[in-house]
Design a protein around this ligand. Structure first.
Ligand code: URA
Length: 264
């Protein structure tokens, strides 16, 4: 998967923030970043042979091996996702269509075990047509890749609304309602084993009530039969870049990843 490149200044800033994130995590001992992470393709062969949603958990297996790229498992998510995208069309169901550059549908593996649901596209996402490619997105990507040790392309990422809210305000209830069938369609298409809800708006939608993210993060919930782990939005972490917040998000992501691998 490729994304358009940010400008040099922004790229430097993104790199700086990502590096700081990784270094500080390592220094704190919250997690030991594997020096040679991830992926031992041959170790994944037995897993890849079976349809992944049915694969038995393998407690002895390292996380990196379980999360490695898999053999495509047939029509599954991709075709179903394409149908949802077709149905969305050049949507004018709510007022967000008026300010958007383009629809930001979703990104990643249509058969992902782990799905991230954010709030709505920001400026960069609106420009590039991909979710989480701005500053918060760079942080999310580093959390997935450096933290969990899996390529971003292995997870599926989308938002509760597919068009940028003006000035990055929170999406309004009618906008969320108009987009909800498409989020549901994406979840049904991908059929992830776990969903990470990023921040209050996504969590409130998936939990069906107005939540305080500080209260519900870190505990398991359920949406359409799929375990949901709420956590802080990466934009919040960028604003409140404390050891405590980073530790909490790390715990949440690790729990979600492990459960998506059939552990935990
Ligand atoms: N914040 C979100 O919630 N989603 C994005 O895609 C980008 C930033």
């Amino acid at each position: 998967m490729s994304c358009d490149r940010p400008g040099p200044d922004e790229a430097r800033e993104l790199l700086r923030s990502a590096r700081a994130w990784v270094e500080e995590w390592a220094e704190e001992g919250v997690v030991s970043f594997p020096p040679a992470p991830a992926v031992a393709p041959d170790a994944t062969a037995p897993e890849s042979a079976s349809p992944k949603k049915d694969a038995a958990p393998s407690p002895a297996e390292p996380a990196s091996a379980v999360s490695a790229p898999e053999t495509p498992t047939g029509p599954g998510g991709a075709a179903a996702l394409a149908r949802v995208r077709d149905e969305l069309g050049e949507c004018t169901r709510c007022e967000l269509c008026q300010g958007r550059t383009q629809i930001v549908f979703g990104d990643g593996n249509p058969d992902a075990d782990l799905m991230f649901v954010g709030e709505g596209p920001g400026e960069q996402e609106d420009r590039q047509g991909l979710p989480f490619v701005g500053r918060a997105g760079e942080l999310l990507t580093r959390m997935i890749e450096a933290g969990l040790g899996i390529p971003r392309a292995e997870v599926y990422i989308c938002n509760i609304v597919k068009c940028r809210p003006p000035g990055n305000r929170n999406p309004l209830p009618p906008e969320v309602s108009a987009c909800r069938p498409f989020l549901d369609g994406q979840i049904d298409a991908v059929r992830p084993r776990t969903i990470v809800a990023l921040g209050k708006p996504a969590t409130s939608l998936l939990l069906g009530r107005d939540v305080a993210i500080t209260r519900v993060r870190g505990s398991w919930h359920d949406y359409r039969g799929i375990p949901v782990m709420p956590t802080f939005h990466p934009a919040f972490i960028l604003r409140q870049y404390t050891e405590q917040n980073r530790r909490l998000v790390w715990e949440d992501l690790k729990a979600a990843h492990e459960r998506s691998c059939g552990r935990g």
